[in-house]
Design a protein around this ligand. Sequence first.
Ligand SMILES: NC(=O)c1ccc[n+]([C@@H]2O[C@H](COP(=O)([O-])OP(=O)(O)OC[C@H]3O[C@@H](n4cnc5c(N)ncnc54)[C@H](O)[C@@H]3O)[C@@H](O)[C@H]2O)c1
Length: 443
Amino acid sequence: MVYHFYTNSGVRARRKLAILRFSARGTSASHLSSRASVFPISAFRRPSRWARIFPIAFFSFSKSQTFRISLKLLLTGICGFVGSTLAREIRKQHPSWDLIGIDNFCRAGSELNRTLIEKELQIEFYRGDIRSQSDIDALPAADFVIDCAANPTVLAGVDGKTSARQLVEHNLLGTVNLLDYCARHSAGFILLSTSRVYSIAGLTSFETVLKQSSDSDAPLGVPFDRYTPSNPESYPQGFSDNGIEETFSCEPPSSLYGTTKTASELLALEYGSMNEFPVWINRCSVMGGAGQFAHPAQGIFGFWIHSFRESRPVKYIGFDGLGHQVRDGFHPRDLLPILEKQIAEPAASTKPRITNLGGGLKNSASLAELTAWCKSRFPSSKTEIPAPETKPEVRKFDLPWYVSDNSRAKKAWGWTPQTSLPELCEEIAKFAEENPDWLAMTK
Ligand SMILES: NC(=O)c1ccc[n+]([C@@H]2O[C@H](COP(=O)([O-])OP(=O)(O)OC[C@H]3O[C@@H](n4cnc5c(N)ncnc54)[C@H](O)[C@@H]3O)[C@@H](O)[C@H]2O)c1
């Protein structure tokens, strides 16, 4: 076994300190894929002189070796769509990692994942609320927190279902409690932030044209039928034909949801710097996949596909009322490769702390394109979308075109989304067939 150290100076001092053989004490490495080759060890979990000098130590090993090295991760919101998808993927790729999860089941449908988490994946589960300091105090120490707990909709706080105060408590006070936990246990913190941090004024300031084609050259394999940015002179700072970069303005308004995430990002960076624990922020665009508790304001790919499968009515909202607005999408299991690298990164890393993660242009679609895909996937669906009689009202949070520019993720972390948009949609479609009442069950 090759033993590597990473130093606090941020310079990777890759020294072959020893070639060690580990005897079988538990998990067999044959369960691991070749990707599962780097693990921090728990001996360095507690703050110590060693931990300060060498914040994380890594072992790499060949598949033939047998070992037991534990990294303890706390996943908040573990019964949610992203939390449960990640938990499943981590169990598959890293069976020796210890996982702890917390969820308060405030998201309708999340309780359906409790059996998966506790029984199937054998994860130490705590029913608790991250808004409550005492619930957090009851959790055992972990090496890293991956924060997937939030009220993640742009309509939260304004749709009458949750109050603004509740949203701020879930998304911001919850973050503060977790940051205190990280400071107390010298744990690293990874925030799943959102592309909704970006300024609405900026995202509606550039010009678009309607692009249509008769060829199946769009990412979903149906004809292009979408808004496309035009006139580079109208592009704001941090914007290009490839999408929105991290330097794009976060000036409010961005939605209460977006602003609670921006505030969480700032506090996380401040706490991390003050208490010397690593913080990584991933600004995710739309995610989708099987098992998402989809509704129109969050999980649009899932909502649309389930609606067509169930022959439910849907309608285009805003702009020309014909569904030409564009979003990019990716699968949350594709988060794991970047999370692995962020966990393994030395504390004093000079890599950018904030990274956009999205499907990018290659994995983007307009609602009209998604409709065409759904019609061909579910030819007997009775879903019809009425043409608008008058020009629809454009709501405050509606955006004509949002695509994340992933250049930084690729350059800094070698990250690109692995699941294509057609694969993602097909996964949802199959799940929709197997779970015919999903929308009602998770409403
Ligand atoms: N799904 C997306 O498209 C998307 C896009 C960008 C960012 N994100 C971010 O990813 C994270 C996960 O999103 P998701 O799609 O899985 O949402 P989700 O609603 O499916 O899951 C969130 C989970 O957190 C739990 N939760 C909420 N508040 C809690 C609290 N106070 N204490 C304990 N548990 C709590 C909920 O019960 C739910 O199980 C969120 O932070 C969200 O902002 C998601």
